[in-house]
Write a protein that binds this ligand. Structure first.
Ligand code: NDP
Length: 306
């Protein structure tokens, strides 16, 4: 059996790229498998203000710096969607959807999360026609329009604040009467004068004219009363689910699909590690993803050497 890499890393977000830096610097041969551009979710983030060393950095710029670092360390960047991982004592086989496979002594899963859908009528129909999951990508299409952001977490409030530079009104809809987001993020949003908050409401329908979004129907969670609001843009930021379906046969996921690891980032399968937003953890940040990646790589190194 020709084993291609000491470590195959799945996912080139901050966790995966940090793991690649640590593994490569420890002398391991590393292949990083990614279905898109490097950076993961940070590519869609306009400004990051809590990554040490930078007062503010654009997400795509940070991603590019990480990518330059891994390429300078001769990490192989492989494009593909992972379908399955097979584990044997001596090696792991990472099977890709295009029928190819990558073999490695160890695997680090760093696939992050995918945004949750609202699952309401009109959402799929108007995706790309007013419904968007990426404020940085699509915000500029909504100059002088009304935008509705769904959710009260850090993502929703940060993106709502970003969208105020384009829209005349950014309406934020939360299902409780309090936000989930950190205090500092709430303050930043409230410092803008274009924001309206609708509390204790949930979206029930995206409305449109057959071509573009024209409104959103919101239900009052106390009274069940449904009211339609004019809007041209709907940005749902209601959390995220782990991108780990390819790992379901390994018996390493919790009931929500997040990878269960110990403090060494080891899963219950020897030689398979996980890092970043896709693991069971309390704080999902760029800096904690990097932390996990470093630990996973370090322990992959020890596993291979000993
Ligand atoms: P969160 O899970 O933190 O927040 C999701 C929000 O959506 C909550 O307000 C939740 O309401 C609401 N929600 C969930 N489901 C529904 C639904 N079906 N209908 C309406 N509202 C719904 O997700 P985020 O994506 O904001 O953040 C994910 C992780 O990433 C968090 O750990 C966050 O801290 C982190 N993050 C950190 C950032 C930073 O520090 N700069 C930036 C972005 C993300 P409720 O509160 O009632 O449950």
């Amino acid at each position: 059996m020709d084993i291609q890499f000491d470590t195959a890393i799945i996912g080139a977000g901050p966790a995966g790229m940090t793991a690649a830096v640590y593994a490569a610097r420890a002398g391991l041969s590393v292949g990083i498998i990614e279905s898109g551009a490097p950076g993961g979710k940070i590519v869609k983030t306009f400004e990051i203000e809590n990554y040490p060393g930078f007062l503010k950095i654009n997400g795509a710029d940070l991603a590019m710096k990480m990518y330059e670092q891994i390429t300078s360390l001769n990490v192989s960047y492989l494009y593909g969607n992972v379908k399955n991982i097979k584990s044997e004592d001596t090696h792991k086989t990472v099977e890709l959807e295009d029928g190819s496979s990558v073999t490695a002594r160890t695997v680090i899963i760093a696939t992050g999360t995918v945004e949750r859908k609202m699952n309401i009528p009109g959402e799929t129909e108007y995706t790309g026609h007013g419904v968007s999951y990426c404020a940085v990508c699509d915000g500029a299409f909504f100059k002088h329009k009304i935008i509705t952001v769904i959710g009260g977490g850090n993502s929703a409030l940060e993106e709502a604040a970003y969208l105020t530079q384009f829209a005349d009104l950014v309406r934020v809809v939360i299902r409780r009467d309090v936000f989930r987001a950190d205090e500092a993020v709430q303050e930043k949003l409230m410092a803008t004068d274009k924001v309206e908050v609708i509390r204790k409401h949930v979206p029930v329908r995206v409305e449109g004219d057959g071509n573009q979004v024209t409104g959103i129907a919101l239900k009052n969670v106390d009274t069940d009363e449904v009211t339609s609001y004019e809007t041209q843009g709907v940005f749902p930021y209601i959390g995220a689910d782990a991108s780990t379906s390819f790992a379901k046969d390994l018996n390493i996921l919790d009931p929500r699909g997040f990878v269960q690891v110990n403090e060494k980032m080891e899963t219950s399968v020897p030689g398979i590690y996980a890092a970043g937003d896709c693991i069971v953890k309390q704080l999902r940040q760029v800096v904690t993803a990097c932390n996990d990646g470093a630990i996973a790589a370090q322990n992959a190194f020890h596993y291979i050497k000993g």
